[in-house]
Write a protein that binds this ligand. Structure first.
Ligand code: NI
Length: 172
């Protein structure tokens, strides 16, 4: 297993459309283990493959509380098939936009069709934090970031700040 470097805003890779996973095999299983390790190391509660530079429709999530045992969940080719009418607001962050947080409103409850890590088709009904996290990660697969759900003024400020940081990383 190995920890993969995470890609930061404003890297254009984050805006790519991820393509479906075609085969659930040993190689994918190794990559899933790396993603889970990378998510825990960060630490974060969700990670999409594109955030480590792999444009495949794959994400890992663990929304277990601090005092609960780890519960990594794997979603391959996830598809949002239903959303409830009720909305909820969570303060979101993103491993690709470190140390920036903002309130985002999303549907409270969703239904997702996907493959599990064994390649078996599943339907997951989620609400609360898991529903928010799943929507955030599925957005990543479509090149969408949580800052796309906040005001343009705030978004432009964040992008400017991270563009400056990236320039400093290159010249340092
Ligand atoms: Ni994110």
């Amino acid at each position: 297993m190995s920890i993969k470097p995470i890609i930061y805003l404003p890297d254009p890779i984050l805006r790519q459309q991820s393509q479906p996973v075609e085969r659930v095999d040993k190689e994918l299983e190794r990559f899933i283990e790396d993603m889970i390790e990378t998510m825990y190391d960060a630490p974060g509660i969700g990670l999409a493959a594109i955030q480590v530079g792999v444009p495949r429709r794959l994400l890992v999530i663990d929304v277990a509380g601090k005092d609960e045992p780890r519960n990594p969940q794997v979603f391959i080719n996830p598809e949002l098939v239903a959303t409830g009418d009720a909305m909820s607001v969570y303060e979101e962050g993103c491993l690709s936009i470190p140390d920036y947080y903002a309130d985002v409103e999303r549907p409270e409850a969703i239904t997702v069709r996907h493959l599990d890590r064994a390649g078996k088709e599943r339907v997951t009904e989620a609400d609360g934090l898991l529903a928010t996290c799943l929507q955030h990660e599925i957005d990543h697969l479509n090149g969408v970031l949580f800052i796309d759900h906040i005001s343009k003024l705030k978004r432009d400020m964040v992008i400017r700040k991270f563009t400056k940081l990236a320039r400093q990383r290159v010249t340092a």
